[in-house]
Ligand binder design. Structure first.
Ligand code: GRF
Length: 211
């Protein structure tokens, strides 16, 4: 990855939504700190108070918020609050990084073209939960990861970048997941860099990467 041009108006403000471990959050922050991605994390938002991602945000001194679904009367009200927090923080890109909730149509419309997700398979193969297990059970020889824009479906939005890894004969879910995760940590910052540099356009189902 090369160092990116800083976008007009300074580094791109991004929000990262995470429910769990937060290794992609850390990889993104590390890439930003190395000067490879012209962005800054203005909000880490989690739906779980005990998420490791929240600890990481705290340790790194990043602004974070925990919004619990049970404190809102409906999914729509919850997602409206998530959207309000993102806008209040001034984020212009939302990165889902292990956020274990499907975002509904109102949220997707509100942030269309500005929400990315990383998924641990070569989409459209193996969407949804346990993608690495699905790949192993299917018997594919190659798997990988995908960074895509989020639409109203499950892992179905326009694809930005993909990286492939081999599936080895002795792989377990753990070994395959680790091989894929290393690629996620490289690919997600690269996708954010392309977005921050204004180089991604969505044309129907296809994402064009401008030179
Ligand atoms: C990653 O495997 C990602 O592809 C999936 O959820 C996992 C998140 O891991 N969407 P982490 O919380 O970033 O470590």
């Amino acid at each position: 990855m090369t160092s990116g041009a800083t976008p007009p108006g300074g580094p791109l403000p991004i929000a990262v939504l995470a429910s769990g471990r937060g290794s992609n959050l850390a990889a993104l922050c590390d890439a930003i700190d190395r000067g490879e991605v012209p962005a800054r994390v203005v909000l880490v938002l989690s739906d779980r108070a005990d998420a490791r991602a929240v600890d990481r945000a705290r340790q790194r001194g990043l602004p974070y918020r925990v919004l619990l679904r049970r404190e809102y009367p409906s999914r729509e009200a919850y997602e409206a609050a998530v959207g309000d927090a993102i806008e209040a923080a001034g984020a212009r890109l939302v990165c889902l990084a292990g956020f274990m909730r499907i975002l509904g149509p109102a949220f997707v419309r509100r942030f269309w073209g500005r929400v990315m997700n990383v998924h641990p398979s070569l989409l459209p193969a193996f969407p949804g939960l346990d993608a690495q297990r699905q790949a192993l059970e299917y018997g594919v020889r190659v798997s990988g990861c995908t960074v895509h824009f989020v639409d109203e479906g499950v892992d179905s939005g326009p694809i930005i970048l993909q990286a492939a890894v081999p599936v080895e004969p002795d792989d377990t879910v753990e070994t395959l997941s680790a091989r894929i995760l290393a690629e996620e940590h490289r690919l997600y910052p690269e996708a954010v860099r392309l977005f921050a540099e204004g180089r991604l356009t969505i044309e129907g189902r296809r994402v064009r990467i401008l030179a």
